[in-house]
Design a protein around this ligand. Structure first.
Ligand code: MG
Length: 275
């Protein structure tokens, strides 16, 4: 594969990514795919999805997990509903995660990723060991499927993330670094965070966000790539300096013109990755 190919976050039925048709229009050759709902993940449906992407000349590099009942509406709702952290839904979601790993395997994809949820900053928190154990189980299952498991960067600081990865202690656990999330959650300046966790960064989202919110703007709303406070040129230059060669996968969620913003973002990244 070429170095740092541009990609787009894509959805089939579930999630906020672009459609396969939109990706074809953009002409990019790699995508992250949000896992579709369960009825679309049978081996037969997975084989069909694999064929659709292959025929379009598009490689799925990461399959992202998402679950029913997740809400990003407020920071407390994130803490209560996202990923494998909430105890009440952990067992059922764990099972679904393993199914998504199998789905990804049929797709020929060797990375499964997830926003794991609000891992407590304090390792002595009584919830911590259960979250570590659930993550180990996912890692071990992915290992048997020949996959890595990537944690989406979210509200935790770089230091907390490093501690958590150390506590899980599995070689196939890595990071999908999303610089905009660091800003949105107030979890630290993205570039210095990237440098801190760089040894684990095996995939990225190219997403942007502003440090300040506009009137009526939700806390989670991103902005068009290159118009926020990540500093996209510095982000790409830093990735290069760290030896990162994987896809640059654009994520653009809350836009009145997703297609237009994606096209502009592709142009921006094609320029920056060549500099
Ligand atoms: Mg992301």
């Amino acid at each position: 594969m070429e170095k740092m190919p541009v990609g787009v976050f894509t959805s089939i039925g579930a999630g906020l990514g672009a459609s396969l048709d939109a990706v074809k229009q953009l002409g990019v050759r790699t995508v992250h795919l949000h896992a579709p709902h369960g009825d679309m993940r049978s081996p037969e449906k997975a084989a069909d999805i694999r064929r659709q992407f292959a025929e379009a000349g598009i490689t799925v590099t990461v399959v992202f997990c998402g679950f029913e009942g997740e809400s990003y509406e407020t920071i407390p709702s994130v803490q209560q509903t996202i990923g494998l952290v909430p105890r009440a839904t952990r067992a059922v979601r764990l099972k679904e995660t393993l199914e998504i790993s199998d789905f990804a395997k049929v797709l020929g994809v060797d990375i499964v990723a997830m926003h794991l949820g609000a891992v407590p900053e304090d390792p002595k928190d009584p919830e911590y060991p259960g979250i570590v154990e659930a993550t180990r189980l996912v890692c071990e299952y992915c290992q048997r499927n020949g996959q890595r498991f990537h944690l989406e960067t979210g509200q935790e600081t770089a230091d907390a993330l490093l501690h958590f990865i150390g506590a899980v202690g599995r070689d196939n656990l890595a990071i999908n670094f999303d610089p905009a999330n660091m800003i949105l959650y107030g979890a630290g300046e993205p570039i210095s965070a990237l440098k801190k966790v760089s040894q684990y960064v095996k995939s990225v989202h190219c997403k942007d966000a502003k440090n300040t919110r506009g009137p009526g703007q939700k806390w989670y709303e991103d902005c068009a790539l290159g118009t926020g406070d990540v500093g996209m040129e510095t982000f790409i230059r830093t990735l290069k300096g760290l030896g990162y060669e994987g896809p640059l996968t654009i994520e653009r969620e809350y836009s009145a013109d997703q297609a237009g913003d994606l096209a502009e973002a592709v142009r921006l990244l094609e320029r920056l990755r060549g500099v």
